[in-house]
Write a protein that binds this ligand. Structure first.
Ligand SMILES: C[S@@+](CC[C@H](N)C(=O)[O-])C[C@H]1O[C@@H](n2cnc3c(N)ncnc32)[C@H](O)[C@@H]1O
Length: 233
């Protein structure tokens, strides 16, 4: 009997900048997600967000991308109650931690999204709406064969060009020299955003950027820290 089943491979599956590793939720992270998501979470859906409805007010929107446990987001949100912060992270344990911090500090200016930021940018973020976007210490994917997984690529620059408001800024920091050079090269080959420090230059460390465990780890390995600041052409 012949087997008529046609086996196809899905070649169009997009390459992700993260690997799903669930199942490491602690009891308290899980409780936080169960009980606090309703208060601070924004469910992913394919439709443009209404920031006024989500935050209950108009205020500058800062998109913090890949927040981990959100230490940096919390410090910024505390220091700038006049801003609204949208924290995007794919891993739920980090978001569980962050929810606990937000609740204990009664912060009203942070909302969380548990989804791939590329989809979020493509479908949920209104055009020309972001005052700032942060990509601090993105996963470096140091092996050459994994470079295609890096979050910072042509696509995210292109998306950012449409999502930043006039005078909006994209701030990036990494402790990987190779990633930093790669970012400069990327920007060299397209003019979606302007490197405000000048082509191939790095920006001074913004005094307001908080030191997270990723930066501390980089410094402990004697890595230099590379900052970038981009604006619209
Ligand atoms: C190395 S951590 C940095 C955390 C934080 N920004 C800091 O400086 O402490 C990078 C984070 O980006 C998240 N991430 C990677 N790709 C992502 C994506 N496409 N969408 C949302 N989060 C992503 C990872 O899950 C990880 O928690």
């Amino acid at each position: 009997m012949s087997n008529n089943k046609i086996v196809t491979r899905n070649h169009s599956r997009p390459i992700k900048s993260y690997v799903r590793r669930e199942g490491r939720l602690t009891k308290s992270q899980s409780n936080a997600l169960d009980n606090l998501w309703i208060k601070y979470g924004v469910d992913y859906q394919t439709g443009v967000m209404n920031f006024k409805k989500i935050f209950g007010r108009y205020a500058p929107i800062i998109l913090d991308i890949g927040v981990g446990t959100g230490d940096s987001t919390v410090s910024h949100a505390l220091a700038h109650p006049e801003n609204n912060y949208l924290a995007v992270e794919v891993h739920r344990p980090g978001l569980g931690q962050l929810l606990k911090k937000i609740e204990s500090l009664s912060l009203k200016n942070i909302k969380l999204i548990n989804h791939d930021v590329i989809d979020v940018l493509e479908t949920q973020i209104p055009n020309y709406s972001l005052s700032q976007a942060f990509i601090f210490f993105p996963d470096p994917w140091p092996k050459k064969r994994h470079h295609k997984r890096r979050l910072i690529n042509k696509k995210i620059f292109k998306l950012m060009k449409n999502k930043l408001a006039a005078y909006g800024r994209l701030h990036i920091a990494t402790d990987w020299k190779d990633y930093a050079d790669y970012i400069n090269e990327l920007n060299d080959h397209n003019s979606e955003l302007i490197n405000l420090a000048g082509k191939n230059n790095f920006s001074p460390r913004p005094i307001w950027r908080n030191k997270t465990k990723y930066e501390r780890r980089g410094l402990s390995l004697s890595h230099k820290i590379y900052d970038f600041c981009y604006g619209l052409p």
